[in-house]
Design a protein around this ligand. Structure first.
Ligand code: NAD
Length: 261
């Protein structure tokens, strides 16, 4: 029972932080980084800052492959459950959803709170003027920035390439100090800085830290060895598929919000 872990909110309203990863989109047909048939793993070496400078075609080709894969997928019931939770509780709670995913299935599900830590392939960035704008078509040399009209290799996917800094850390890290309920879903805790978020929230006193994942945290995940379960940062672990477990967890969290004033 979540109510045994908390009696009142730390601020005036509950602060909820949802961190999602590749596992959230698996049941929509997008494999995890390490999963079988993963284009993410094959394409990763191409998605680097170095290639963007020296052989941008490699970044564009890898991005276009992933865009084609993503376009064939639809949001699943876990994406929809987050969107529904945000709609139902945004007036009663501060809810932030930070995803590590570069697909846009959360937006397609109607999630208005989602922020892409690693950017999103449906968003483009002009390297010349810094403008960001919705992607039109596929990436190629010669696409033009709608703002400054730069061409050649100016327009690139607005995703965080290897060697670049994730988005939003300036406001995400302070927000973690205030969190009442931290929910991680479909993430292995092996990719930093996201893997550190639950530790930061724990250190700052977040009373409820829930993990929804197919597998238990692995040895290198979230910085803790699994043999020492007491010390890993989650105090509620619900193992299973995101589509079946997450809707139930969000219902439970919703009830808690309704019952604590
Ligand atoms: P990860 O691949 O390291 O871990 C995914 C986790 O999801 C694993 O622990 C796995 O057990 C779990 N999982 C698998 N199927 C699940 C399901 N049906 N329900 C619940 N959990 C499930 O992913 P990560 O931690 O997000 O880090 C990998 C990096 O690669 C991130 O930057 C990620 O965003 C990126 N990536 C993104 C996509 C995407 O945009 N959809 C896909 C692959 C990789």
């Amino acid at each position: 029972m979540l109510s045994t872990l908390i009696k009142k909110w730390r601020g005036e309203r509950p602060s909820i932080f949802i961190l999602s990863g590749a596992g959230l989109s698996v049941e929509s047909g997008i494999p995890t980084y390490r999963g079988a048939g993963s284009d993410a793993k094959n394409d990763s070496p191409s998605l680097s800052k170095g290639y963007m400078r020296s052989i941008p075609e490699k970044v564009f080709e890898a991005s276009n492959r992933r865009i084609r894969d993503f376009d064939a997928c639809k949001p699943n019931s876990a994406h929809l459950a987050i969107a529904q939770f945000v709609r139902a509780y945004r007036l009663k709670a501060d809810i932030i959803h930070v995803t590590q995913n570069i697909d846009s299935l959360c937006e397609e599900a109607g999630d208005t709170s989602v922020f892409h830590l690693h950017g999103a392939l449906n968003q483009s960035l002009c390297q010349k003027c810094g403008a960001t704008f919705p992607r039109k078509g596929f990436y190629k040399i010669g696409n033009q920035c709608p703002k400054c009209k730069a061409k050649f290799t100016a327009v690139r996917p607005d995703v965080v390439l290897f060697g670049e800094t994730p988005h939003g850390l300036d406001w995400i890290l302070p927000y973690l100090d205030e969190v009442d309920i931290f929910i991680a879903v479909g993430t292995s805790g092996t990719v930093y800085p996201a893997a550190d978020f639950v530790k930061m929230a724990t250190a700052a006193g977040a009373p409820i830290r829930i993990l929804v994942n197919k597998e238990a945290p692995i040895a290198s995940g979230f910085g803790y060895p699994m043999m020492d379960e007491e010390s890993h940062s989650f105090n509620v672990v619900r193992l299973g598929n995101a589509t079946s477990v997450l809707p139930m967890v969000l219902k439970e969290v919703g009830k808690l919000i309704d019952n604590i004033h």
